[in-house]
Design a protein. Structure first.
Lengths: 445, 445
């Protein structure tokens, strides 16, 4: 009997082992488990309606919806739609002849992006040509974009008139701009970003999650331009993402955003180059910090911990935002204030220098006897100075994202602007063009 | 018997209690115990010979002696005596007409201070007047000073000729410059520092030990000037220790260090304003870090732990220096490098701008028909621009002690220099004075 029990037990063990092995082999051959949650609803690929995603991720969705009303301001920025042209009238002069001189309000939260782009006077401003504004202007404003780009391709999208594309663009920035439905992983959705990275030999699909927590912001928070007649959305990164490389890129291309009235300078408008500013050797970036670490800090709601999608200035919730790494948040807020005060003051001095250059170039350009070579050199320096200034000014951090780089750029911009002024004076031999500080009379709009 | 034992015991207890009380009262009335060690030798007050102090503190003394030979360099500074005039020939032009254009070597370690001041061509340079250099030049070079100041007073000290004072100055910087013998506490020994603090309503005797670990460095590492005919050592801090306040202080006083040749600009020479740069809202200072935390970090020798007195750049021993607070010293060294690269590059651009201004002012000053008011205004701006540049350039950190402030100052200096150049051109109506980048021909010495 002992022997037969032993025999039976041995048989059972063999069978169990075989079953276990089979199960393991079966599991191994299954596709990898890409998500660890059971969704309440299936979200279709590139679903533009964030409220559908919100059923599976109510905390993230609720916090995203807060960007509709998070209109608090910091000392220099924030999320209200205050007018830059009223706060700093020098900018009316700096952007004369282009739409930013007519309407330049500070950006509100993500959920207002679509409403604000439809309302700004910077689109559809040409009453004689209601289709002049290209659809490209919607590229950073809507969660409808990933599906539209997939459907029609970015080339066709960009060729449409803004007015015609409006009907298909109904949702503000949302889940589909950064996430892949189903896996919820972070993805590059803007084809222009994918192309710009590829031009640098980079493939975002090889990036770590922490890298993606910065790169997805570059879907929009970058310098870009509209290439050619098709207004093809392009990032000027082929030579590098530092300012000098972008200027030389535009120079080779012979590109201008607009011509400065009377001065005839071929100008460049910087957009919102937060990604380039931050990644240009800033202390936080080099330390491995991602955009989302500060702007989408982990927060708690009861027992749930999630990344807040109520994106805004970390100065408005420093304990949550800075406190993830820094123990003394009072100190870091004070520190940010010192940095921003210094950058803001330096920035105004740069604006004065550029305006002095503009006045000189305008006067010289009106003189038919001006030395054309000297005047063109003055224009080249005006273009460079203003782009460097604008790179700091349009960037949403008043230099905090990269204080040393911001201040270095402002120093260069001021120097370049003064040299532009001197060249303009030389081009006509008119000493009166060396006057300084004549900024106080913005041109009538 | 039980009763008599109880009685005896009670008596003993009463006697013991009385004895204990008496002892406590006696101890309470003793002078406070000011040191917790038993010295091997008694060090007399203001003992100039550091080797005497060294018998009690061999580790501190041995490390101080290392400053004799710690001649390693960093990328932009260090402790060798490399020539600034060879490394950056622009400085020959910037300091033309004053001793720094003849001999400007980088500072070596503390133990070489006396040897180096005796050897530099910046003292006793006037062969016609061998007593022209005042004794004041020894103020930061010797541990003989505290006793000499106590004995003769700083006024008499400063009135002596350098050549005459030499006999009494035999020891390089040492213990007596910062410590009180006996208690070893940190003290202000330079009367000029005590007076400058008092002018701001500050009494260093109320400072914490951590504050003193910065303030004792201000015995020497500051901006100063020689006041009046008596060459009285004075720090220009009455209006504040920021650069603008110091410029307005010098302006009110009508002070100049020298007159720039041909240009006739009344110039200011910045000394080594590490204290002012660091304390002007820098991130490390605001975080409570003292000079000694980085430059004199705690080190170990066997079981002994002491503050290293081998003072030099923390970039030469980052694990010890930065590692007291930062876990990733590779990162912070890289960070310091990025900051210094940006400051160094911006500094050169500022130098070019100032030299352009100098060339223009010199040419204008040679023209008897120059508009005197415009030319004087140009000189005023030249003076301001060069002092701001020099504040960054002479300061031993290539901006690291306060990156944002350094870059802001350079931006202002460049702007001011360009305006000086324009005013000079206007004063004579000569367009050729607007030439830029003409720095390459240093004047013959």
């Amino acid at each position: 009997m002992n022997r037969s029990i032993t025999f039976i037990l041995a048989g059972v063990i063999v069978l169990l082992a075989a079953a276990l092995t089979g199960t393991l082999i079966f599991m191994k051959n299954q596709p990898p488990q890409e998500r660890s949650f059971e969704p309440l609803v299936e979200v279709k690929a590139m679903e533009p309606d964030s409220s559908v995603w919100g059923q599976n991720f109510p905390n993230q969705y609720d916090s995203l919806m807060k960007t509709k009303t998070n209109n608090a301001d910091t000392k220099y920025g924030g999320s209200s739609a205050f007018s830059w042209l009223e706060r700093d009238p020098r900018q009316k002069i700096l952007f004369a002849g282009m739409p930013f001189s007519k309407d330049y309000n500070d950006d509100r939260g993500h959920a207002n992006a679509l409403e604000d782009v439809n309302a700004t006077k910077r689109v559809n401003w040409d009453v004689n040509d209601p289709k002049r504004t290209p659809g490209t202007c919607y590229s950073c404003k809507s969660s409808d974009n990933p599906a539209l780009w997939a459907e029609m391709g970015m080339e066709a999208y960009d060729k449409m008139a803004f007015a015609d594309l409006s009907k298909q663009v109904n949702n503000a920035i949302g889940c589909a701009n950064c996430h892949e439905a189903g896996t919820m992983r972070l993805i590059v959705t803007n084809p222009a970003l994918e192309e710009a990275l590829k031009a640098q030999g980079k493939d975002w699909k090889t990036f770590s999650r922490q890298e993606m927590r910065t790169v997805v912001c570059a879907n929009c928070h970058v310098e870009y331009y509209f290439k050619g007649d098709g207004k093809y959305l392009t990032f000027p990164w082929a030579d590098g993402t530092d300012v000098d490389s972008m200027i030389s890129y535009y120079e080779e291309l012979g590109f201008k955003d607009w011509e400065y009235p009377d001065a005839k300078t071929p100008m460049l408008k910087a957009q919102h180059p937060e990604y380039e500013m931050f990644t240009q050797g800033s202390t936080h970036y080099n330390a491995g910090v991602a955009c989302a670490d500060c702007h989408m800090p982990y927060v708690r709601d009861g027992a749930a911990k999630y990344s807040s999608h109520d994106v805004h200035s970390p100065l408005l919730n420093p304990v949550q935002a800075c406190g993830q790494c820094h123990t003394d948040t009072d100190y870091v807020v004070e520190r940010a204030g010192i940095i921003q005060d210094q950058v803001a003051e330096t920035k105004i001095a740069t604006e004065d220098a550029i305006i002095d250059a503009i006045n000189a170039i305008k006067a010289a350009a009106a003189n038919p006897n001006a030395d054309a070579a000297l005047l063109d050199q003055a224009r080249k320096l005006h273009r460079e100075a203003q782009f460097k200034w604008d790179f700091v000014s349009a960037e949403n951090s008043t230099g905090f994202h990269n204080p040393e780089y911001a201040l270095k750029l402002l120093a260069e911009a001021t120097n370049t602007a003064r040299q532009a002024q001197m060249l303009a004076a030389q081009s006509v031999g008119d000493m009166s063009l060396l006057a300084t500080g004549v900024y106080y009379a913005p041109p009538a709009q």
